[in-house]
Design a binder for this molecule. Structure first.
Ligand code: ATP
Length: 261
């Protein structure tokens, strides 16, 4: 189990006096797929950085299985929009770097096999292992970044607009891939997925949380009653999805207007 409990979390960066997150209290159950929405600058990435342990709360606490998060840890895998691969290493070497940290006593042969298996899992063949990131398309690089994180099998995935820079078709493929990987596991990963795209959240999430800037806290929190996959083809034929979509867009819009005022 990997429950995340957030209690009265507030945060501001030390070089700024602007409160980025204010008094956030929320419980996330193990296995939830949480999509985080909100206008630009409302603190979604900051929230992920706090969950990753890259920043520490100014006030309040974040508990993972009832223990405070303390620094970065292999329990939490991060995927960013800009792939996060070292450009001077091949895709395989990038994955091996993570694997050596995760399994320091395992043989190189076994780890390489694991890296190849994970590349295969995300739909990439063996030849990709030997390629530098610049020799790969954006979609392939993002698959490698996802493979790198999946190879260490973290129970918690933190994904910051991971498909934001991709074309529509690659993006749809990777959405399906991520959802299938998540839904097929017996012990589901807990996923925190930042996106600007309301429709992406409607497609993937088991829960949608909207952060506001006015105030800088959670302004909307919706949990789907069924874990059944919503299909892209008929997503907007369902009245409850359309209503939710309108609610989400109007909440975000209201927050933008309040901020401008
Ligand atoms: N290292 C930093 N030092 C100071 N302020 C920062 C730092 N990083 C982010 N901020 C500020 O914190 C606020 C929240 O930023 P954050 O990147 O978390 O928002 P976001 O919701 O992820 O935005 P976007 O959707 O545009 O990526 C912004 O006002 C931003 O300028």
């Amino acid at each position: 189990m990997h429950d995340v409990k957030i209690k009265n979390l507030s945060f501001y960066y030390k070089n700024s006096d602007r409160l980025v997150l204010k008094d956030i209290t929320i419980d996330i159950k193990s296995g939830e797929f949480v999509c985080l929405l909100g206008q630009s600058g409302c603190g979604k990435s900051t929230f992920l950085r706090l969950l990753a342990g890259l920043e520490a709360p100014t006030a309040g606490e974040i508990l993972l299985d009832n223990k405070p998060i303390c620094g970065a840890n292999l329990n939490r895998g991060l995927v960013f929009q800009d792939y996060g691969l070292f450009p001077w290493m091949t895709a395989g070497e990038n994955i091996m770097l993570a694997l050596r940290q995760r399994y320091p006593n395992e043989s190189k042969r076994k780890l390489k096999q694991l890296a190849l298996d994970t590349l295969n899992l995300v739909g990439l063949d063996e030849s990709i292992y030997y390629k530098l990131p610049k020799e790969l398309s954006g979609g392939m690089q993002q698959r490698c970044a996802i493979a790198q994180v999946l190879s260490i099998n973290p129970p918690i995935l933190l994904m910051d607009e991971p498909f934001g820079a991709l074309d529509a078709i690659t993006r749809a493929r990777l959405q399906d891939l991520l959802f299938d990987l998540w839904s097929q596991e017996d012990e589901k990963k807990t996923v925190f997925f930042v996106t600007h795209d309301v429709d992406e959240a409607l497609l993937l999430a088991s829960r949608i949380i909207v952060f506001g800037q006015s105030p800088s806290t959670i302004i909307y929190d919706y949990t789907f009653s069924s874990e059944k996959r919503r299909k892209r083809e008929d997503l907007f034929e369902k009245p409850e999805i359309l209503k939710l979509r309108n609610d989400l867009i109007s909440q975000i819009h209201k927050d933008v207007v309040a901020r401008i005022d």
